[in-house]
Design a protein around this ligand. Structure first.
Ligand code: HEC
Ligand code: HEC
Length: 280
C-alpha cells in the first residue's frame, strides 16, 4: 500500500487523491473465486441468514439485507437482489468478496460477521442493526462459525487492527463535537444520548469527566472501522456526499471533502497513527 512508504504531507495528499480517483484501492485485495460447490454452500449457509425475514423493519427484527445493501455506506454492502428469489450466482460471488473481509479464518470467533449481531453481553460488539443472537449457542451463529472453520486457516486473515487511542479522543476528537462550524448545530445537540450518544456535552463545566469520556469513546468506536477511515461511519456521515460522504445524515455536513485538515486529522486517528494529546 502506497501510504506505508509515505512520510511527508505532499505524499500523503497524493495518496488521498489516488484513493479518490481509484476506488479500487479500498476494494478487496485479491478477488477470490469459489468452486460451484463452495458457492452453493456459502449461498445456503450464509446468504440465507442475510435474507431471513425476521418479521420487522427495525433493529434486531429487520432482515440483514434491508440495511446492508447500499444504505449503510459501510464495507458490509451487499448487492441489491436481482429478484424476489434473491441473488443470482454472480451477485453471490460479489457478495462473497465483501463477506470475506469480515471473517478471520485464523481466529474464527473474532470475525466481525459473528461479533456484530451477537449480544454485547455474550462478547459481541454493539451494532446499529441490533442484537440478533443472545448467545453463541444461537443456531445461526453456530452455522456461520462452522462455515468459517471449514475453510483453510490462512484463507482470509484481516490485517491486524490498529489501536484507536483514547487520549487523542479526549484531547482532539471531543472538542470537534463541542465546537460547531459556522451556522451548524453541535454534534452534541443530537448525539448526547442512547446508542448514537458518542458526543455528549460535558456534564459539568467545559471538561468531560473520565466516565463521560470513556462512555463516549466506547460509543464512537462502534462507528469506526479501525484502519479504514474511508469506510468509517463517523467520517462518512458528516462528510458531503460530493466528497465521498454518506447519502444521508439527519445532521450537518461538517466537511466538504476529505482534504479538510480536520478530516485528515481524524482519519489519522482512525488509522492508529495519531495518539497522545497533541492535535496539531
Ligand atoms: C437496521 C439496519 C441494520 C440491520 C437490520 C443489520 N445491520 Fe449490520 N450494521 C448496520 C449499520 C448501520 C452498521 C455500521 C455501524 C455499526 O457497526 O453499528 C452495521 C455494521 C455491521 C457489520 C460490521 C461491518 C464492517 O464493515 O465491519 C456487520 C458484520 C454487520 N453489520 C452484520 C449484520 C448482520 C449479519 C445482520 C443480520 C443478522 C445485520 N448486520 C443487520 C445496520 C444494520
Ligand atoms: C440535527 C441533529 C444532528 C446533528 C447536529 C448531528 N447529527 Fe449525526 N445523526 C443524526 C441522526 C438523527 C442520526 C441517525 C440517522 C442517520 O443516520 O442520519 C445521525 C447519525 C450519525 C452517525 C451514524 C450513527 C450510527 O449509529 O451509525 C454518525 C457517525 C454521526 N451522525 C456523526 C455526526 C457528527 C460527527 C456530527 C457533528 C459534526 C453530527 N453527527 C451532527 C442527527 C444529527
Amino acid at each position: 500500500m502506497m501510504t506505508r512508504v509515505c512520510l511527508g504531507l505532499i505524499c500523503c495528499l497524493a495518496a488521498v487523491a489516488a484513493v479518490a480517483l481509484t476506488p479500487a484501492i479500498v476494494a478487496p485485495v485479491a478477488a477470490q473465486t469459489l468452486s460451484t460447490d463452495e458457492l452453493e454452500t456459502y449461498r445456503g449457509t450464509v446468504e440465507s441468514v442475510f435474507m431471513e425475514d425476521r418479521g420487522g423493519t427495525t433493529s434486531g427484527y429487520a432482515s440483514c439485507v434491508m440495511c446492508h445493501t447500499w444504505q449503510t455506506s459501510v464495507r458490509f454492502s451487499l448487492e441489491t437482489p436481482n429478484s424476489n428469489a434473491g441473488w443470482s450466482s454472480e451477485q453471490s460471488m460479489r457478495n462473497f468478496e465483501v463477506v470475506s473481509q469480515l471473517i478471520n479464518t485464523a481466529d474464527p470467533e473474532s470475525s466481525r460477521l459473528l461479533l456484530k449481531p451477537l449480544s454485547p453481553d455474550a462478547g459481541g460488539l454493539t451494532h446499529t442493526g441490533g442484537t440478533y443472537w443472545s448467545s453463541a449457542d444461537d443456531p445461526e451463529y453456530v452455522a456461520l462459525l462452522e462455515w468459517i472453520r471449514s475453510m483453510p486457516e490462512d484463507a482470509f486473515v484481516p490485517p491486524p487492527e490498529p489501536e484507536i487511542d483514547f487520549e487523542f479522543f479526549r484531547a482532539c476528537v471531543q472538542p470537534v463535537f463541542a465546537n460547531p462550524r459556522e451556522g451548524q448545530l453541535r454534534c452534541s445537540n443530537c448525539h448526547s444520548g442512547g446508542l448514537i450518544g458518542f458526543a455528549p456535552a460535558p456534564g459539568r463545566g467545559d471538561e468531560w469527566s473520565d466516565e463521560e469520556a470513556q462512555r463516549a469513546y466506547r460509543l464512537i468506536t462502534r462507528v469506526i472501522t479501525p484502519g479504514n477511515p474511508e469506510q468509517s461511519r463517523f467520517l462518512l456521515k458528516p462528510l458531503h456526499p460530493d466528497g465521498g460522504g454518506a447519502y444521508t445524515h439527519n445532521g450537518p455536513r461538517r466537511w466538504q471533502s476529505r482534504d479538510d485538515p480536520e478530516w485528515q486529522m481524524l482519519a489519522g486517528w482512525v488509522r492508529g497513527e495519531r495518539t497522545g494529546s497533541s492535535c496539531s
